[in-house]
Design a protein around this ligand. Structure first.
Ligand SMILES: C[S@@+](CC[C@H](N)C(=O)[O-])C[C@H]1O[C@@H](n2cnc3c(N)ncnc32)[C@H](O)[C@@H]1O
Length: 355
């Protein structure tokens, strides 16, 4: 057998990258701990300060804090001044680790990743057996993390850009119409629409009862009277003659996206519109690999989206990187003939879908 000679430059480059990723994996867990224990918020409020001072203001253990802050400073997540022996957080670091609700804040992503590590035994078993894994089988941090990731993006884009990109929908919403948010999760998109279009009636549906309970609580807190949430699968939504349907980051999670889209077609009025928000993707793996975010999308797709789809009837397993051509095929099979991209962000494509 001929010996395989390794290219040491390539080997070093790859090892270096992976060690950086492993450092990042520990950084992510520590960052989750910093988020949930309030360390970053305290550092923003009280820094620059020593670990001891931060321990006094937070009530946390000084020795743990010293080690935590040292690792975070090593990762560049916070700043250390060796002369003063003080830690602080710059405005940019705060934007990334503290500013809840801002699209710059990554804590939702971090929480979603941590949720997958928390249930790694299930993830492995699902992968090895090939069985489906329903949304309900995930750690609660998966639901909260998802909402924390997507909510700020909807806040930033939905009312100002995505809805105005659709033909005639904003006017209908302002005048008053019936809206259905399919697979609404914690209801951030549903609530945004209810707040901004008080003349319209907004219904949110999701098959995951605990998510619907959270959505109801949030709507109660927002004192909205034009919104209602229901626990139903997409294919079981009652026909209320909706003028506008939306699906945010969820069609690819469904086992039978064709059946779901067909049903949405049935419950929309004749000139109704579906707005489909799906993760940004090209039409081939090769093109997707040019996008630095694709490994992240395919990762969540392996752990969450495909298993969720496989747990339902049909179990199509579209995946989070289906691409517009594949999505269009699904929508065409459901009887929608017009599909066009009307807006996009780095992470999402917005498709206007009509009969
Ligand atoms: C990635 S989350 C997106 C949630 C929400 N739309 C958002 O953007 O925050 C996917 C959601 O799809 C829901 N879901 C999956 N399959 C479904 C189905 N067949 N019918 C209704 N909801 C479904 C899950 O329960 C989950 O809440």
């Amino acid at each position: 057998m001929s010996e395989i000679l390794l290219d040491t430059d390539k080997l070093e480059a790859l090892s270096g990258k992976v060690v950086t990723d492993i450092t990042g994996a520990i950084g992510v867990l520590l960052s989750y701990i910093g988020d949930q224990s309030g360390v970053y918020r305290a550092l923003e409020a009280h820094g620059p300060c020593t670990a001891s001072q931060l321990a006094n203001t937070t009530g946390l253990n000084e020795r743990y804090l010293q080690e935590f802050l040292s690792s975070n400073a090593g990762s560049g997540y916070i700043t250390y001044d060796g002369q003063a022996n003080e830690f602080s957080i710059t405005p940019e670091q705060a934007a990334v680790f503290v500013k809840e609700g801002d699209p710059t804040c990554v804590q939702g992503f971090i929480q979603a990743v941590v949720s997958q590590y928390a249930t790694h035994n299930t993830a492995l078993e699902v992968f090895k057996t090939g069985r489906g894994r329903p949304w309900s089988e995930h750690h609660i941090c998966c639901f909260c993390g998802t909402d924390r990731v997507f909510g700020p993006q909807y806040e930033e884009n939905l009312i100002n850009s995505w809805i105005p990109s659709l033909d005639g929908i904003q006017a209908k919403l302002e005048h008053g119409c019936k809206v259905v948010d399919v697979a609404c999760g914690h209801g951030s998109s549903t609530i945004l629409m209810a707040e901004n279009f008080p003349n319209s009636t907004i219904h949110g549906f999701d098959s995951h009862e605990p998510s619907i309970e959270v959505a109801r609580e949030k709507a109660k807190g927002a004192k909205l009277s034009n919104i209602e949430f229901f626990t139903n699968t997409a294919k079981e939504i009652p026909n209320n003659g909706y003028n506008f349907a939306c699906i945010f980051d969820a069609l690819h999670d469904m086992g039978d996206p064709v059946g779901a889209a067909k049903h949405i077609n049935d419950i929309l009025v004749e000139d109704g519109t579906l707005m489909l928000v799906e993760p940004m993707a090209a039409d081939t793996l090769e093109e997707n690999l040019d996008n630095p975010l694709s490994a992240l999308f395919y990762g969540f797709s392996t752990l969450v989206c495909i298993p969720c789809s496989k747990a339902q009837e049909v179990g199509l397993g579209l995946g989070a990187q289906a691409g517009q051509a594949r999505l269009t095929k699904v929508l065409n099979q459901a009887g929608f003939t017009q599909v066009q991209r009307t807006a996009e962000t780095h992470t999402n494509m917005i498709l206007e879908v009509c009969v």
